[in-house]
Design a protein around this ligand. Structure first.
Ligand code: NAP
Length: 463
């Protein structure tokens, strides 16, 4: 590859969407493509490292695919480099022909109801980051030691992860790569009951059939669903027939079977409630004591999708803690267009636009959650990234590119005194984490602060 014909692409983020973008570019048949991945953390892999639950190592093993992508001669990693702090969009414009935003959605969706700021009300995204040693979340405190009953709002797969970690035996989690600070707190936990609050019915539950069944199969936990909650309304029956997916039907079958099984004899319970939506949180002395839920019924919207509508009655649930698992949300990043309503980077087929219905920002693209919003499994990002790369290839062919005057961003980083973590640095750190884990009888020991991570990176460089 000579500098004159090198096609330079910057990808901001190093989670699944970023790696699948790099992969699609390397497979595009152009041997001169160079892909630089930037991450504000010293470590790669985004939500695979910081989101996927520690007891789901099989899902985490997807990083082997990313390791292969990183082995490509045109690949570079710049960890510990933050867009908006260490480098700006203008720097990327000056050094690359194309820029891809793949920074995901880092915040959480708010309920927007009274009492959300009470002590004992938590965002699942914070809990997930905390048990996964994400440096942003290491200092959160979760008062699990005085709590018995927990409400968990939303019934997606993040809620499943939270329920499992709250109710499963810490001894099992101890063998994984769970954060040490979290394990300590979980060992002192007195939580016995999690009430899952779904605003629609069992046919519209967002959990995967495999995820809910996995919880019921864990020693010490029963998934409990009342006959009333498992019952399907006429609209859902018709919707399942016509538009429901196979997984919707499997969820309904699971709920029906659980309702037949009854209460069970395990100590810890995950109670699934349906057609209930929180309207207010009650507190005493600034601490959560309960949640009011409105009873809902389903009505079809213009597209025929069943949507929840209040029936005008409500009930109070006494709970000690409440976790909101109602979705991630993207935040604006300096210099990057932002669509407030969806919390994404506005785009058409991955091509970034200045605003919805606005002009294209030539040479700028989006992939993954910051492109389409926080939905889908890891593999969904492969298709998503390929779609963006189709747009990138077409623009490359048509010469619709940025006109970079400079060649290597590494020189700028050095000039600014930014200690970027290379892929080789990460490989050494990866080995170190595994070795440290082995000596602690766990899979991996993850450090939970940027300072500690960078200190080990520096130490390993000097070896
Ligand atoms: P999700 O799947 O979109 O689920 C969000 C849940 O919150 C839904 O039940 C939704 O109900 C509910 N909700 C939203 N707004 C609400 C409100 N205002 N009040 C009450 N409930 C509300 O999101 P997620 O759980 O954050 O997961 C994100 C993506 O990552 C998903 O695609 C998920 O499958 C994936 N993921 C996968 C795994 C895995 O495979 N192991 C693990 C974690 C995450 P409605 O349906 O009524 O909107």
């Amino acid at each position: 590859m000579t500098e004159a014909n090198t096609w330079r692409v910057a990808v901001v983020g190093s989670g699944p969407a970023a790696f699948y973008t790099a992969e699609a570019l390397f497979k595009s048949g152009n041997e001169n493509v160079q892909v630089d991945l930037f991450d504000r953390l010293p470590v790669p892999f985004g939500l695979v490292r910081g989101g996927v639950a520690p007891d789901h190592q099989k899902i985490k093993s997807v990083v082997r695919v990313y390791d292969k992508i990183a082995a490509n001669a045109g690949f570079r990693f710049f960890g510990n480099v933050c867009l908006g702090r260490d480098i700006q969009v203008d720097d990327l414009n000056e050094h690359y022909h194309q820029v891809v935003y793949a920074f995901g959605c880092e915040s959480d969706t708010k309920l927007g109801i009274d009492g959300e700021d009470l002590k004992g009300v938590y965002a699942a995204t914070d809990f997930v980051g905390w048990y996964n040693s994400h440096p942003d979340h290491r200092n959160h405190q979760f008062d699990l030691h005085n709590a018995k009953r927990v409400a968990l709002v939303g019934n997606g797969n993040v809620a499943m992860d939270v329920a499992r970690v709250l109710l499963a035996s810490p001894d099992e989690l101890a063998k994984t790569d769970i954060a040490e600070h979290s394990l300590e707190t979980l060992r002192k936990s007195t939580v016995e009951e999690v009430i899952l609050l779904g605003r629609r019915g069992p046919a519209q539950a967002a959990f995967s059939p495999k995820e809910i069944a996995e919880i019921d199969a864990i020693d010490g936990i029963d998934v409990v669903i009342s006959k009333k909650d498992a019952e399907l309304d006429e609209l859902s029956k018709a919707w399942l027939e016509k538009d429901g997916a196979r997984s919707n039907q499997r969820n309904v079958d699971f709920c029906t079977a659980q309702a037949e099984k009854g209460e069970g004899d395990q100590k810890n319970k995950l109670r699934c409630r349906f057609l209930v939506s929180p309207t207010a949180l009650a507190g005493d002395n600034g601490r959560l004591t309960g949640v009011t839920v409105e009873h809902m019924q389903l009505q079809a919207d213009d597209t025929g999708t069943p949507r929840p509508r209040s029936v005008g009655t409500s009930e109070e649930l006494k709970v000690d803690l409440l976790f909101k698992a109602i979705g991630y949300r993207g935040e604006p990043v300096a210099g990057v267009p932002y669509e407030e309503r969806k919390g994404i980077v506005p785009n058409v087929d991955g091509r970034v636009v200045e605003k919805v219905d606005g002009p294209t920002r030539v040479g700028h693209y989006a992939a993954g959650w910051c492109k389409r919003g926080p939905t889908g499994l890891i593999g969904t990002n492969s298709l998503d990234a390929k779609e963006t790369v189709v747009s990138m290839l077409a623009d490359h062919k048509d010469g619709k590119l940025l006109a970079p005057g400079k060649t290597d961003i590494a020189a700028v980083l050095t000039e600014r005194g930014i200690d970027a973590v290379s892929w080789q640095d990460w490989q050494r750190l990866d080995e170190w984490e595994k070795q440290q884990g082995e000596s602690r009888n766990k899979l991996r020991h993850k450090l939970a602060s940027v300072e500690e991570l960078m200190a080990v990176v520096a130490e390993l460089r000097n070896k």
